[in-house]
Design a protein around this ligand. Sequence first.
Ligand SMILES: [Zn+2]
Length: 180
Amino acid sequence: MSRREIVEAGHPVLRERAREVSAEELSSPEIQGLIDDMIETMRAANGAGLAANQVAETVRVAVVEVRPDNPRYPYKPPVPLTVIVNPAIEPVDDDVERINEGCLSVPNLRGEVPRHMNVRVRYLDRDGVEHEEVRRGLTAGTFQHELDHLDGVLFLDRLRGIKRDLITRRIRKLQRAGRW
Ligand SMILES: [Zn+2]
């Protein structure tokens, strides 16, 4: 296992739609090694999740884990390590709330993002076993955030109104200072 570099906003790979992984590919040393590296990288950065695009790989693979002592997200309920391959997601109902989000690829910025509170997620785990589960609340938000990455979407894209303007100004300021 080795830690990968996390690419930051501005890198074109974060805007690509990642491709599906075949069953044969999933069992390959390349993808299994990528999954190990993503887990290590997420844990080292105290992330709640990491999508393959964030380590510059365009395959539909993401990992999610919230440990009880996560310093970046002390308010998130714990989530056991979950490896997500070729996921699909759909809202179960119309319940939407704003969630305070950050992203390892968007340093120094947070925003309130509207997310579905109840979603059905279908995916394969790293052994190719199919899962279908309903995720709720902040955990539902985490899944939506990671699946967005696989479609080339960042949480910044989902900000609305004044907050979006404020964040855009702050990004320009950080860019001018060479910190973004
Ligand atoms: Zn992210």
